[in-house]
Design a protein around this ligand. Structure first.
Ligand code: AHR
Length: 501
């Protein structure tokens, strides 16, 4: 299969916000306890945080991490997680039917985030609580001192405010499963009033209002229209979530799903413009795609186990073990975000450790990179700069979600400072290699090219504690320069990063 791709220095999409490569950590399963936090672990720092995990997160160069939920936040009292640890209450977490010991709260998470080199993105509870708890939390986190909540933070050992910039107004409030679920009108009103209060505190903060939990919700996209109509002047982002499933094991259909993602982003972008136009507004609202990933391997099993268990603390939950096929999917999802980076400014893989995560840990033992760690790592490290509007000419296939899915999924990024052009390419063809002719126009002389490949003959191949590098990237020397073009052949069902200097 032949594929012609042209990049031109004048055809750009947007400067990518580095927060496109963000992540998410929820009090859920073993994400926090025995994930990032495990006092007594051989690598534990004095504060109980696992250094081996911090190192893997640092390697990912995670720019932002959303916390503390997720569904968890909608019945969370943030005050339970402050003060001496021995005095903190154990609560029942209604979202996941587990117990929460509160041994990790905002102080511990903030320390961890600093060590991991990531910024905090915090969510307030607009499910079981409301404006008052939210404004107190913002004051506790961001006010220097001289007020009840900021002085309490100082008393609890943190003199300087954390100055968290990005705040989520609740989580998935359109979902009937959410504690304190609301109609779009109810939520829109509450979110707007809460946003006004937070802005009265500091109008430089960035606020994220909840959009739809996925594009199959019955209320989508009217939810977005109603909520934005109520909040447009007070918010900066609308959040979207999407998880990808392959229960039927039909790879070509699975790998076509990013077309649906693209349409979701396009539709919500249209709704934003509609509301902006209706309000004769000059301000822009963008998308924070703050939950996305493949999630289906353990999903049904988990739902059954949860119904039967008796409020365990930090149980195994949502521990999907990813395979090579998921590498291709994650590659296509990130490519979609790069191509939509004019409107998607923030995106968070859900989640970071143990829970539908690129990083796995064994209690008391090792930590390792799941298969999906690798495309995320490559994109986060090398996908920063200006997104390019590529011209792609390649054969397509018909799927349930689109009449024309390009076998070659490709995104390109120009990093002017580093003098590099980086292309991320997924070959969605099951049996044919893609012979790519990559023309780069008006970027200057090509000095060199590198090809990094992730390929495994078994779509089901996984990385495990005992075989952690089974699916991992390797450098090849098969990319060839020819004037202002590069030729490279990418194998069937493969992920590639092609980097030109
Ligand atoms: O990431 C797992 C869960 O998925 C989150 O708690 C929730 O927001 C979403 O439904």
């Amino acid at each position: 299969m032949e594929a012609r791709v042209t990049a031109h220095s004048r055809y750009t999409i947007a400067d990518i916000d580095k927060r496109l490569y963000g992540s998410f950590l929820e009090h859920l399963g073993r994400a926090v306890y025995t994930g990032i936090y495990e006092p007594g672990h051989p690598t534990a720092l004095p504060n109980g945080m696992r250094k081996d995990v911090i190192d893997l997160v640092r390697e990912l160069d995670t720019p932002i991490c959303r916390y503390p939920g997720g569904n968890f936040v909608s019945a969370y009292n943030w005050e339970d997680g402050i003060g001496p640890k021995e005095g903190r209450p154990t609560r029942l977490d209604l979202a996941w039917r587990t117990s929460e010991s509160n041994q990790v709260g905002i102080h511990e998470f903030a320390e961890w985030a600093e060590a991991a080199g990531t910024e905090m993105m915090l969510a307030v509870n607009l499910g079981s609580r409301g404006l008052d708890a939210a404004r107190n939390f913002v004051e506790y986190v961001n006010h220097p001192g001289g007020s009840q909540w900021s002085d309490l933070r100082r008393q609890n050992g943190r003199a300087e405010p954390w100055n968290v910039k990005l705040w989520c107004l609740g989580n998935e409030m359109d979902g009937p499963w959410q504690v304190g679920h609301k109609s779009a009108a109810e939520y829109g009103h509450l979110a707007n009033e809460t946003a006004k209060a937070i802005r009265a505190f500091d109008d430089k903060l960035e606020l994220v209002v909840c959009g739809s939990s996925h594009s199959d919700m019955a209320t989508y996209p009217r939810w977005e229209a109603t909520v934005l109509d109520a909040t447009y002047d007070q918010v900066d982002y609308i959040s979207l979530h999407m998880y990808f499933e392959n229960y039927e094991k039909r790879t070509s259909e699975f790998l076509a799903l990013p077309e649906k993602l693209d349409r979701y982003i396009g539709t919500v972008s249209g709704v934003i413009d509609f509301v902006k136009g209706s309000k004769r507004s000059n301000r822009d609202v963008k998308i924070s795609f703050d939950e996305w990933n493949v999630w289906y391997h353990e999903r049904k099993n988990d739902a059954k186990r949860m119904r039967e268990w008796n409020w365990p603390h930090a149980p195994v939950l949502l521990e999907d073990i990813y395979n090579f096929e998921d590498v291709l999917q994650v590659g296509c999802i990130i490519n979609t975000f790069i191509r939509r980076s004019d409107v998607v400014r923030v995106a968070c893989i859900a989640q970071l450790v143990n829970v539908i995560a690129p990083i796995m840990t064994e209690p008391g033992g090792s930590s390792w990179r799941q298969t999906i760690y690798h495309p995320l790592h490559l994109a986060s490290r090398y996908g920063r700069g200006t997104a390019l509007q590529l011209d792609v000419d390649c054969a397509t296939y018909v799927s349930n979600v689109s009449e024309a899915v390009s076998y070659l999924d490709i995104a390109g990024v120009h990093d002017a400072d580093a003098g590099t052009l980086t292309f991320f390419a997924v070959n969605r063809h099951s049996s044919e290699a893609a012979s790519i002719k990559l023309a780069v126009e008006r970027f200057g002389t090509i000095r060199g090219v590198e090809h990094t490949l992730i390929k495994h003959d078994d779509l089901e191949a996984r990385n495990t504690k005992d075989n952690p590098d089974n699916v991992s990237p390797r450098k090849t020397s098969d990319a060839v320069m020819d004037g202002n073009s590069v030729s490279v052949s990418v194998p069937p069902y493969s992920y590639s990063m092609i980097r030109i200097r």
